[in-house]
Write a protein of this length. Structure first.
Length: 403
């Protein structure tokens, strides 16, 4: 087919293929424990739903919004950012997009020239490398593992910075690791970034409200406010307000960058949903904590079940303390099952084959780590209800221990 070389360079998602398989097996009557979810299995807070319902009555809810979002809402989210992060916001602006995925995409478009390098910290969110490549950039990866609590070594980051490095993406709290980087790391990272004034720092904070064990996350720019004029912060209602389908996210960035992003957005999609923006403008963000409290109780309980199950199944070597977002990474290479797949070639990635067998033989769906830049691992979601979650863990432990 006459497709562009640009689109041919973008990888298909393994996750999507496995999700389709899980759905097929479920339709065939097999009981499937789907731990691949990237969203909360609940509706948004009632107060937010009511605001959407009220806004249905206004003509403006059905008309184009300004390209970068409704001005009052942009001010509101900027203030919220300043208040929750305890930082100054002079010189910064907010831009609203159709989900933070689009925010990150247009932000990369605003800063990447072909051949520019962008540093990713693995495990990373699946879309980063593909987005970078789509704009002609070159993803460069630094890896971390459960051994170091999934905090990448700063010396490793320092080593791969070159004059061509245009940006680094930091995602803390992290999808898929389910951790946020410690304050000590954030301070040292801020110091490192001060030494490289040619770099943008993209801080993906879509899980910032979802931390269920102390200490709470901190962010590098809180420790070095001078970095703010080359930092872009991303947020969204997707995870905090259980609203992945409503598609609303935002960027907080220096004014010049927001203008550039608006140029791309204006020619590509126009502004995001006027209805949802108007509802969010009316919504009191104070409700967030109350809404998320039971969610955090649930995540804490799930994380404890993971710990107990791994310990009682002689798999304690897989355990690390997850404390944010709603995921846990399993390192297959340290399980008895792995030898069966890897045989002579333990250096290759088998995460897809392993997840496939786990799904077909044991009915448990995980997301293969290959998509996150972490071979021979998989992401498990902690959002499922307690009883089926425990059954899924039970099946998983049997599988991981099968030689
Ligand atoms: N960033 C991370 C780390 C994510 O996990 C996701 C979604 O899963 C997004 C960004 C995009 O979220 P949305 O476009 O729904 O706001």
């Amino acid at each position: 087919m006459l497709l562009s070389s640009r689109v041919k360079g973008v990888a298909d998602s393994i996750t999507q293929q496995l999700n389709e398989k899980a759905q097929l097996l479920s339709e065939e009557g097999q009981v499937i424990y789907n731990l691949s979810a990237g969203q909360l299995p609940i509706k948004p807070p009632q107060e937010f739903i009511e605001k959407i319902q009220q806004q249905l009555n206004f003509l403006k809810s059905y008309q184009y919004s300004p390209v970068n979002g409704i001005p009052e809402l942009r001010k509101k989210i900027l203030q919220h950012h300043g208040a929750t992060r305890q930082v100054k916001t002079e010189g910064l602006e907010a831009v609203f997009s159709n989900g933070s995925k689009q925010s990150i995409y247009i932000a990369l478009g605003a800063v990447i020239d072909p051949g520019d390098e962008v540093i990713l910290l693995a495990p990373y969110w699946v879309s980063y490398p593909e987005m970078v490549k789509f704009w002609g950039g070159v993803p460069v990866t630094v890896k971390s593992t459960a051994f170091d609590g999934f905090s990448p070594a700063l010396e490793d980051i320092a080593k791969i910075i070159t004059p061509r490095t245009k940006a680094i993406i930091v995602n803390s709290p992290n999808n898929p690791a389910g951790v946020h980087y410690p304050e000590k790391w954030m301070r040292a990272f801020a110091d490192l970034m001060k030494e490289h004034p040619h770099m943008w720092i993209l801080s993906d904070e879509v899980y910032s409200d979802l931390t269920y064990f102390d200490p709470a996350p901190t962010y590098f720019y809180q420790h070095a406010p001078e970095l703010i004029d080359r930092t872009m912060v991303f947020g969204a209602i997707s995870k905090s307000l259980a609203s992945t389908g409503l598609r609303l996210g935002w960027t907080i960035a220096p004014k010049g960058a927001t203008v550039a992003m608006g140029r791309i957005q204006g020619q590509a999609t126009s502004g995001p949903s006027a209805l949802i923006q108007r509802a969010l403008l009316d919504f009191d963000l104070q409700h967030l904590n109350r809404f998320l409290e039971p969610v955090k109780v649930h995540l804490r309980r799930s994380a404890n079940h993971v710990r107990e199950k791994l310990k009682s199944s002689d798999l304690a070597q897989l355990w690390y303390q997850s404390h944010s977002a709603f995921y846990f990474m399993l390192d297959f290479s340290r399980t008895p099952m792995f030898a069966r797949f890897a045989g002579e070639h333990p250096e290759k990635d088998y995460s897809k084959e392993i997840c496939q067998e786990l799904l077909e033989k044991h009915g448990v769906a995980l997301v293969p780590g290959a998509d996150f830049g972490l071979p021979n691992s998989a992401r498990m979601s902690l959002t499922m209800e307690e009883v089926p979650f425990q059954e899924a863990l039970h099946r998983l432990a049997i599988f991981l221990n099968t030689h």
